[in-house]
Design a protein around this ligand. Structure first.
Ligand code: IP8
Length: 254
């Protein structure tokens, strides 16, 4: 390892949970991801690592039960606590699997560290994440509910957490471990590199700020405006990404 480098990696909710059953883990997939992270951390492939995970069958199940989305808020405290509680449960599982492998993982719950203003602009505090990294911890954040001026709470996706934390701590590398091996063209081949949206618009279609589905188009747009390169890859490539390689699709709009 050449020097200290800050890496933010997201484990997609569909990768580590079973989307077909409420609050069900995909145990083998989570184990495989935890193995890859542990080997990279203990083997020195990564120095400062932040992990973010999505909601999968934990957060999304409760969010849809209560009709809460990124744009549709709720003032019901019990609903907010239920969605947040499901995400804390998933976070506990992720932490436990990492601790089993001696990864010094610690939780960061965005509900207590973030808010949206009336224009839906997000503020996420990251000084505590930097302090944790300085103390050799591996902070583990997640998609969550977030207090939202004029809306009660809305959903904060793990993707938004990744971009906000990566910007806040000035990350060197950002990775998304997803169920697909990268951004695909119309022959389902992985596009290795994207530097402008126009290059891939024909495969992704139109995307605007109202994309709330977490779809690939919105993700690519968000990553093109990030200040660091980002990579989207499948579960089998997590190890290679953490070893410094760029499997899947590398997105760099700088
Ligand atoms: O799976 C969603 O995070 P995502 C978080 O990254 C909740 O979209 C609470 C549904």
């Amino acid at each position: 390892m050449a020097g200290r480098e800050t890496t933010v990696v997201k484990l997609g909710g569909s990768v580590v949970t079973d989307k077909d059953r409420p609050e069900a883990l995909d145990g083998p997939a989570l184990d495989a991801a935890a193995d890859a992270i542990a080997d990279a951390v203990t083997g020195g492939d990564v120095s400062d690592l932040v992990v973010v995970h999505g909601g999968g069958s934990f957060g999304h199940h409760h969010a849809s039960e209560h009709g809460v989305s990124k744009t549709r808020g709720s003032g019901d405290a019990a609903a907010a606590v239920e969605i947040h509680g499901a995400m804390k449960t998933l976070n506990d599982f992720v932490l436990a699997r990492l601790h089993d492998r001696d990864v010094p993982a610690v939780p960061v719950h965005p509900f207590s560290a973030a808010y949206r203003d009336a224009a839906a602009d997000l503020t996420l505090l990251t000084e505590q994440v930097e302090t944790m990294l300085g103390e050799e911890f591996v902070p583990v954040l997640h998609g969550d509910v977030v207090s939202h001026e004029g809306e009660g709470v809305t959903i904060l996706s793990g993707d938004e957490v990744v971009t906000a934390v990566a910007t806040g701590i000035d990350a060197d590398r950002v990775g998304f471990c997803s169920t697909v091996p990268g951004v695909l063209d119309d022959s389902d081949d992985v596009i290795p590199e994207i530097s402008t949206y126009d290059e891939v618009a024909e495969y992704l279609g139109e995307s605007d700020a109202t994309d709330v589905t977490g779809g690939m188009a919105g993700k690519v747009r968000a990553l093109l405006s990030l200040g660091s390169p980002a990579t989207i890859f499948g579960p089998d490539d997590l190890r290679d990404f953490l070893a410094g390689e760029d499997p899947g699709t590398r997105i760099d709009g700088r």
